[in-house]
Ligand binder design. Structure first.
Ligand SMILES: *[C@@H]1O[C@H](CO)[C@@H](O)[C@H](O)[C@H]1NC(C)=O
Ligand SMILES: *[C@@H]1O[C@H](CO)[C@@H](O)[C@H](O)[C@H]1NC(C)=O
Ligand SMILES: *[C@@H]1O[C@H](CO)[C@@H](O)[C@H](O)[C@H]1NC(C)=O
Ligand SMILES: *[C@@H]1O[C@H](CO)[C@@H](O)[C@H](O)[C@H]1NC(C)=O
Length: 401
């Protein structure tokens, strides 16, 4: 792709899940009533999700640092992949006037043209291996889906395993998968809603299903498995916008955290005063550093929610390319009539979507030591798909060449 093509490149419509929380938002349903039912049930789902993650979420625990099983021979293929450079120099192609097409002033920077198309699955898997090497992890000789966090689900009709990491569009995927599974359609009956979503949240978690013998390891072994991964910077910004800022995108379900951040950073203890205050992005960033990644799954590194290294996914969807790759996923699970996931962001080019634009603006205003500390906290997530820094012209795309 040359510069001309790159500039006129149209990302496919509806980049699935961009800026979706794992919990809310569902678009394009014909019946208003259905929407209402859906939001109620999804809210219930969120509630149970929150509750359950407080109670027994295994991702609160550390993964064992060194799984006992020997390194797969596939690791050899890794040797050919160059290491990430430690500096900020990117290969130059041609200069374009970046500023004219982007709302954030970055002066004139180089437009990378290799990253606009989705990476191959082979590349994605090699990257994930690199993150595992970084973590000193190895895959077991057989997948251990039972060791996944509670956010790994199994859909028995589709014979599909899906890990939904918060802030990567997972509620959108879950709803679409339930649709494809044939569950939602059947259970639009409002009388069943509570039951349905009680079942949805608990009975489809792989670890619980194994425990209750609703699925066997042999079933899981034959299943198609996939996960969505997102640029850590945009995910972090999205977490701020949706969960703790005053922006009313998703209903402030983490209001308590927002107030706690303000209380800590401004030394305020009056609850009435706190009620009216929202953390700035700077305060949120410092709080993430202070917590050092030991946080609710909405804010902690994705690698803690993913089932890596206990199991190897068949398919990896970089959220930034999900409009295209979701079609591939549906084809593989033979649910190609499943409606594509929608996005409420107006730009279909992930580089111009709001969380990306805001990430560039806000992160460049943070002191560099905070940025560096954040980068370290999320470093494995960056390696997972060689994600671009916010200073890169192709931010937030995965950098694959
Ligand atoms: C990205 O930015 C962080 C923070 O400034 C820095 O530590 C890291 O080395 C950068 N990574 C690359 C690949 O340039
Ligand atoms: C990685 O694992 C090996 C083998 O168990 C161990 O010797 C080494 O110290 C580990 N390295 C790190 C950085 O944890
Ligand atoms: C925080 O406020 C309390 C009481 O308002 C005060 O005693 C304390 O010194 C303050 N701490 C800091 C670090 O400013
Ligand atoms: C990762 O990104 C860097 C630029 O930051 C690039 O030089 C390198 O080739 C990329 N690695 C892979 C495996 O694509």
């Amino acid at each position: 792709m040359d510069i001309k093509q790159a500039k006129s490149y149209q990302f496919p419509e509806s980049v699935a899940g961009q800026d979706m929380v794992c919990d809310l938002v569902f678009k394009k349903k014909k019946v208003k009533f259905f929407l209402l039912v859906l939001s109620a049930t999804v809210l219930f789902f969120v509630y149970v999700n929150q509750l359950s993650s407080k109670l027994f979420d295994p991702e609160k625990e550390n993964y064992p640092s060194t799984p006992s099983i020997a390194i797969s021979s596939d690791i050899q293929t890794l040797q050919n992949i160059p290491d990430r450079p430690s500096n900020h120099v990117y290969p130059l192609k041609k200069k374009v006037n970046y500023e004219s097409s982007h709302p954030i002033s970055l002066n004139t920077v180089e437009l990378e043209t290799g990253n606009l198309n989705p990476p191959t699955q082979q590349w994605a898997h090699a990257q994930i291996y690199k993150a595992m090497v970084y973590k000193n992890w190895t895959y077991p000789s057989v997948n251990e889906w039972g060791s996944c966090s509670s956010k790994t689900y199994y859909f028995s009709n589709l014979r599909t395993i899906f890990t939904g990491t918060p802030k990567t569009g997972c509620s959108n995927w879950l709803i679409a998968l339930l649709n494809a599974e044939g569950v939602l359609r059947k259970e639009i009956d409002p009388k069943n809603v509570k039951f349905v979503h009680g079942g949805l949240t608990t009975n489809r978690r792989v670890s619980a299903m194994l425990r209750k013998k609703l699925v066997t390891p042999a079933d899981l072994d034959k299943a198609f498995s996939f996960a969505v991964i997102r640029n850590p910077w945009t995910r972090m910004v999205s977490g701020y916008r949706d969960k703790v800022s005053s922006e009313k995108t998703q209903g402030g379900s983490f209001r308590g955290i927002g107030m706690a951040i303000v209380a800590k950073s401004r030394n305020i203890s009056d609850p009435e005063l706190l009620e009216k205050l929202y953390p700035t992005f700077d305060e949120y960033a410092r709080w993430l550093v202070f917590k050092n990644g030991r946080l609710d799954a909405h804010f902690s590194p994705q690698i803690r929610t993913l089932c890596i290294p206990n199991a190897m996914y068949d398919y990896i969807v970089p959220l930034e390319h999900s409009a295209r790759l979701s079609k591939d996923v549906w084809r593989r699970i033979q649910a190609s009539d499943t409606p594509l996931l929608g996005s409420y962001d107006k730009s279909s080019d992930p580089r111009n979507q709001k969380s990306a634009v805001l990430a560039k603006r806000w992160l460049s205003q943070l002191p560099s030591e905070i940025v560096n500390q954040l980068y370290t906290i999320y470093e494995a997530d960056f390696i997972l798909l060689n994600y671009s820094n916010f200073t890169h012209p192709d931010f937030p795309l995965p950098l694959h060449f």
